[in-house]
Design a protein. Structure first.
Length: 336
């Protein structure tokens, strides 16, 4: 090194990190063309830790406090450099600061549906969302496994690493929970605890402690959710016969308004034969509507009668109330 280069070199006598905002987990002090002054001051604030790295090897770790940098406060670095007790020269080292604050409100979710085996619906695909919080606790492990030599490392960078870990733990917990999907809403606290317990060792491996983990919602695919909503609305969850009757009853007004009639509804539901059979059994138990003089004797007779009433309604010969009352009475009896 020339004398001019030595003069231009700057010596750092105060090392500190003032966080300017949220979201930064690790920050490397800029040491280009600089050396640390022997006897300089290191300030580590509450919710921070500092790490000295010498030639790629982790040396000393500092918690919150004010330190004077000497061979007594840098024992590992002194050993690595073979300094004697009279060392008083500037030295070169990489210094990293870490935020140990609690990172709150971090959101997690399944980017794609996860297939699980439900004891009531069989194989289903579910999506789940929630929040969790964590903090950096093992700085050497976090530096080795996660942040490395990067100048800055943020919570967004870390969550890319953790996403697969969370989804894997969620899939295992849901698959072994032995809780039907319809009961998951009442057991979200249990599911949250189970997933959190599965995640804790994985987070520890990265030098991070999981503080809390919460499942906020679990959802089914649209088709299955609609079927579940229908079962809930008719109040016959678990009774497939009454559920089929409910579907058949809902299909009859549609048949009256469509050119295809019952066949068209059956084709649309991909279960024409099953619906026709259900309709026959249901209609045989149905009393005569208030407006028609006689009760229909078969599904096709009823559909024709309803079509006639619809025609009269369109022509203004039957009131909306009469038409609605007749239809409602039949539907109410079908779903009993």
């Amino acid at each position: 090194m020339s004398f001019g280069s030595f003069i231009r070199k700057q010596f750092v006598d105060v090392l500190q990190w003032t966080e300017e905002g949220d979201g930064v987990l690790a920050w490397r002090y800029p040491m280009e063309d600089q050396e640390i002054q022997y006897g300089g001051q290191l300030t580590v604030r509450e919710s921070q830790m500092a790490l000295f790295v010498n030639e790629g090897r982790i040396a000393d770790v500092f918690g919150p406090g004010l330190y004077t940098l000497t061979t007594r406060t840098l024992p590992v670095l002194t050993s690595l450099r073979n300094w004697d007790k009279l060392f008083q020269s500037p030295f070169k080292s990489d210094v990293y600061f870490f935020s140990t604050r609690l990172q709150l409100g971090r959101r997690w979710g399944t980017p794609q549906p996860v297939t699980i085996r439900d004891r009531e619906f069989g194989l289903v695909q579910v999506r789940a969302f929630g929040i969790y919080s964590y903090r950096v606790v093992d700085v050497p492990a976090f530096h080795r496994e996660i942040s490395g030599t990067r100048g800055i490392y943020t919570v967004d960078d870390l969550e890319q690493q953790l996403r697969n870990v969370v989804v894997t733990a969620m899939s295992v917990a849901f698959g072994t929970a032995d809780v039907a999907f319809v009961d998951m809403a009442a057991n979200q606290a249990v599911l949250s605890q189970r997933i959190g317990q599965a995640l804790a060792p994985e987070f520890t491996r990265y030098g991070v402690a999981l503080d809390s983990f919460t499942v906020q919602s679990v959802s089914l695919p649209d088709a299955l959710q609609k079927a579940l909503d229908a079962r809930i609305s008719v109040g016959v969850s678990g009774d497939l016969n009454k559920f089929a009757q409910y579907q058949a009853a809902q299909s009859i007004p549609l048949a009256a308004q469509n050119a295809g009639g019952v066949a068209g509804v059956g084709a649309g539901l991909a279960a024409g034969a099953a619906i026709a059979q259900t309709m026959t059994g249901a209609l045989n138990q149905t009393a005569a509507p208030a407006t028609p003089p006689t009760a229909p004797s078969a599904p096709n007779d009823y559909v024709e009668r309803l079509q006639q009433l619809k025609t009269l309604l369109d022509k203004g010969l039957v009131t909306d109330d009469d038409y609605a009352k007749a239809k409602a009475e039949i539907l109410a009896k079908l779903t009993k």
